[in-house]
Design a protein around this ligand. Structure first.
Ligand code: DQA
Length: 145
């Protein structure tokens, strides 16, 4: 089985962007760690980062038939995008939502996630490790379903 990992706006700046909030790990580092971890789990993995809502939506649509799992850190679109939520609901691929920071401990506008409504579950607050935890969760789900 293969998993598509989508990262949304501003996550291309990881490592430089507010390191006190998001850590010093770059998106490249995260993707490398995910590839290694997916390997040990026997999962294929692909990546896409975009700052554009429509590109993320297209990627979700195109995942159907190719990927059995989705991991999405939608950045700020998490809190605004009904369209991305609808896209995930449309493809019926199990999706785990990831955030580096603990969004529930931050500003009130970050406490609401549209994506959570269509997620298997949400992992937040564990930094880059959250992506690896999401791979573990999907592995379990794909084996037992
Ligand atoms: C984030 C949390 C969002 O609120 C924020 O807009 C981001 C990153 C996280 O990974 O902690 O861009 O998704």
């Amino acid at each position: 089985p293969s998993v598509l990992i989508l990262n949304g706006p501003n996550l291309n700046l990881l490592g430089q962007r507010q390191p006190e909030v998001y850590g010093s790990t770059t998106l490249d580092d995260i993707e490398t760690a995910c590839t290694t971890h997916a390997d040990t789990l026997g999962l294929g993995v692909s990546f896409l980062q975009s700052n554009h809502e429509g590109v993320l939506i297209d990627a979700v649509h195109e995942a159907k038939g190719t990927y059995q799992g989705l991991i999405i850190n939608a950045g700020a679109y998490t809190h605004t995008s009904i369209a991305l939520m609808d896209a995930v609901a449309s493809v019926e691929i199990p999706m785990v939502e990831v955030h580096l920071s603990n969004i529930h401990a931050r500003e009130p506008f970050r406490h609401v996630s549209y994506l959570s409504k269509v997620a298997v579950g949400q992992i937040c607050g564990f930094g880059a490790q959250g992506y690896l935890m999401a791979l573990d969760a999907l592995k379990e789900r794909l084996v037992t379903s």
